[in-house]
Design a protein around this ligand. Sequence first.
Ligand code: DAH
Length: 357
Amino acid sequence: MQNQINTMKPELLAAIDNAANLQALDEIRVAALGKSGRITALMKNLGTLAPEERKAAGQILNTFKTEIATALDAKKQALETAELNARLANESVDVTLPIRPETTVGRIHPVSQVMEEMLTIFAQMGFDLAEGPDIEDDWHNFEALNIPPSHPSRQMQATFFMDGTTDKILRTQTSGVQIRTMEKGKLPIKIVAPGRTYRCDYDATHSPMFHQIEGLVIDKTTNLSHLKGVLEEFMKLFFETDDVALRFRPSYFPFTEPSYEADVGGALAKAIGKEWIELLGCGMVHPQVLRNCGIDPTEYQGFAFGCGIDRFAMLKYGIPDIRSFFEADMRWIKHYGFLPLDVPTITSGLSMNGGRK
Ligand code: DAH
């Protein structure tokens, strides 16, 4: 056995030393110490020796085994270190390089920027983000929102129908996401849902594709004063001024009762020579809408609001015509767009560190 060790040892040590990578090293380990490895075979042989020989042979074999295992370990560590160093050298970042041109050439569209600003504010207020499909069915866009087939507000929302169907439409409002959220059956609810909306309309203040953001809060105690508080706080943060007044005018939406249109006054309105600017629709969620979603209106209540994101962008950044948003004119996007690194945050004042470039 000593003879076998004497030939095996230099052979194994040399092989370990020469192993080019971790995989090759593991193959050497298996061939020596694995189930049918050479050293394992010697161990198995011990059983055939006479008891007095077995003890001495066992010791010699154990020492040999330990020696090989130690050499394997040391080589493994060396290979791992070398591999890590190679990776570090390969992936190193040169922080002295100038900024990559695409981060200064490209622009974020004002609608995307404003959506991000709005979500930043609502997230801070504890709202979750909800989404629904652009292609909606009649139930979610109309019926469940308390708008039956004969209802006049269907005509007011000039609907695009998908070819040959009456049940596949381009959503005319994000209000359907209220229904989709309530139908999931998880209460309480506190969500905002931004997205694209579509109506057959085209002039300086209407585009066939535009953007809305919807808000919905449902629990056992939420009331109208919470709605007013949330909207007032939102306006202050969004328009970055404390000089904001909010006025609720009685209005009508089939899915809220009572319903209001909210106007803002203060610095923003004065800046464009007005006393009040109409900004959004809102109200307390109609009991029938709650029932349509399997929610008991004697136990739960809440508010909803919805508004045009494009309109908020036009007001905040002084953009006169909504159609220009979607014309993909490079001169326009260079003027009104935002640098990709100007990510809105509450602490930096949303647009303060970037603003229009
Ligand atoms: N969906 C309405 C529209 O497109 C806006 C609206 C009004 C949404 C009142 C609401 C609401 O959630 O409560 O004109």
